[in-house]
Write a protein that binds this ligand. Sequence first.
Ligand SMILES: *[C@@H]1O[C@H](CO)[C@@H](O)[C@H](O)[C@H]1NC(C)=O
Length: 339
Amino acid sequence: MVSTESVTSYLLEVILSHPLMTCALLLFTTAAICWYIRDSYVVSGFSQKYVFITGCDSGFGNLLARQLDQKGFHVIAACLTEKGAAELAAASSLTLKTLLVNVTDSESIRRAVEFVSREVGERGLWGLVNNAGRSIPIGPPEWMQMEDFTKVLDVNLLGVIDVTLQFLPLLKKAPGRVVNVASVLGRLSLTGGGYCLSKWGVEAFSDSLRRDMHQFGIKVSIIEPGFFKTSVTQLDLIEPDLRRLWARLPKDVKDSYGETYFDDYLKAQEFSMNMLCSPDLSKVTNCMEHALTARFPRTRYGAGWDAKLFWIPLSYLPSFVLDFFIDVLLPLPTGTRKI
Ligand SMILES: *[C@@H]1O[C@H](CO)[C@@H](O)[C@H](O)[C@H]1NC(C)=O
């Protein structure tokens, strides 16, 4: 057996015996240390700063709202449901304000801007976190109709754009930050339906926004979570909707997949979600907090080990690699099994 230590010391020996490699190692180490120090500078005056977060009923938004509330920020938490708003208000300080906002309704956003504008006064808005999102309907593209795509795109992409555009004047005043929740599925299309499209769109929108807005001192960060246990990955919500999509398919389309396909597809989803999803949502909210509190927020945050070590590296590889993984995970149509 070769120990890690002996490999490391052997490598170091080889590197240090070449002047050029020694130089490269020194440069790399210095750059890494400088980056680390720069990354750890924090802004001050949390108690003077206002943050508006969408999608605070549950999941990342809910946890982030409570986390920032504890740090002393003025949190304005937008929820979709009265129940979500009441539960969050009960679990946080009196400084945190909840608001009912439907991001697919421009008028509802306009009312939120009015409310926030009164709250922040001349300070402007420090942080806008576009977190609200949905995944359903999600499934094979052939099972979808146009409205299944627009349902998701309306919330995850057009909602993000509408909220951002309407809040820009308040953000410019601070000047503040925009934190957009994309996904590793904004880099890899692992599944059909509107979800991946919407997240690719969020990536593109955020990139163009960042390039234009940095002239005004507004910083834009993109969060790319891997798989986490939230309503977006909740199988008891996804499954009934998959049944709905399957049930309404014409008979000849169902026949082309075969009798056992649907059940095998469900099993594959169950297997993947159980294997992939992490319950530790703080991995994501800590990235959001960094984007809002660091002196130099990063452009992109891969959140979770699966994102950092697997999905994001995979996104740099040729498409056939991902195609291979998907092929292994999903059943074959016409009931034939590969394995
Ligand atoms: C959100 O607004 C859209 C468009 O105005 C509407 O169709 C939808 O029912 C609303 N959703 C909720 C939960 O109120």
